[in-house]
Ligand binder design. Structure first.
Ligand code: ADP
Ligand code: MG
Length: 302
């Protein structure tokens, strides 16, 4: 008796499934949509409701003018059916707009920011102002850097000094973003804040953070000289980072409001006293690693 009941129930369910599938197919668009799927009707009938959702999303995608117009449940993705053996699996497939977006932004994976605003990843060489002459040698140097960069014999970085807001950070970030597009990993570090957070990570991931910066294929130490000087930051952090990068020919960039002479004076005096020799040694390493350039210009901050 139980078996007969089961069979009856199964038939009943199947009839219901067919009925609701057929009802959905009275919509011409839906009918066309399912007819074009490489899936047999005996399977399709079990998924009417999900297929209707997929159809709606597919319809939204037709003639869509861009991701900002997306009406789908997951922006940039289309709920899509695919046959797997005897069942249908539904998944969210990126639309062509999203695909383009993902491709255009893939380089950001190669950029590691430490306390830098994330908009800095948008900085682009194409957008660099060319309205003042002081940028010309910098741009020329950038072109050369891009051409000459390779893993073995790397060009030097820059020590870029200049007034507050003149665009130093933006410029170097634009170059590093370009390098990231060429698949080179870069670390951009807001140095004063990095030191503070490094100090508070003694118990946790101090070594990982330190080594990450030290070994990054290209490094920017942004706003060096704005940090509180201590023997620890000079002799245990900056010194070893620069030493390692010199020995391994790893391009290193600095931006600073201070000239190298001013930085040397700043590094000489820490909370523990004056040590000109140690400050000199740091400056020598920076000189080995970089070409000094100056960016003069109006304050671009609003
Ligand atoms: P600095 O590091 O010299 O203090 P920033 O690089 O922070 O200056 O630049 C100051 C402001 O001007 C920032 O808001 C930055 O985004 C903007 N800026 C600088 N150069 C450009 C540029 N070429 N295109 C667009 N914005 C820029
Ligand atoms: Mg800056």
């Amino acid at each position: 008796m139980k078996n007969i009941n089961n069979i009856l129930e199964k038939d009943l369910n199947e009839t219901e499934l067919i009925q609701s599938f057929q009802a959905a197919c009275s919509d011409k668009g839906f009918y066309e949509f399912v007819r074009n799927l490489p899936i047999e009707e005996t399977i399709l009938i079990k998924y009417t409701s999900s297929l209707e959702d997929a159809f709606m999303e597919c319809k939204n995608c037709q003639n869509c003018k861009g991701i900002e117009y997306c009406k789908n449940s997951v922006v940039g993705y289309c709920y899509t059916p695919k046959k797997e053996k005897n069942i249908i699996q539904f998944s969210y497939v990126a639309c062509p707009w999203k695909e383009r977006d993902l491709k255009e932004n893939a380089y950001k994976e190669n950029l590691e920011l430490f306390d830098m605003p994330k908009e800095i990843k948008e900085a682009s060489l194409k957008a660099v102002y060319t309205d003042d002459k002081s940028r010309v040698p910098i741009i020329r140097y950038f072109k050369e850097f891009i051409e000459k960069y390779n893993d073995k014999n790397n060009p030097k970085g820059l020590y870029l000094t200049g007034s507050f807001g003149s665009g130093k950070t933006y410029l170097i970030a634009a170059l590093l973003n370009e390098m990231a597009k060429r698949k080179v990993c870069c670390a951009l570090v807001y140095y004063p804040e990095f030191l503070r957070s490094l100090k508070s990570s003694f118990q946790t991931d101090y070594v990982e953070r330190f080594n990450f910066i030290k070994t990054s294929p290209i490094l920017l130490l942004d706003d060096i000289g704005a940090e509180n000087q201590s023997n620890w930051s000079r002799d245990e952090v900056l010194g070893p980072i620069l030493q390692y990068r010199m020995q391994n020919h790893l391009p290193t960039f600095f931006t600073s409001n201070l000239t190298l002479e001013e930085l040397e004076a700043s590094l000489s005096t820490t909370s523990s006293g004056v040590d000109k020799v140690k400050a000199r040694r740091i400056i020598e390493r920076i000189k080995q690693l970089t070409i000094p350039m100056e960016l003069v210009g109006k304050n671009r901050r609003n």
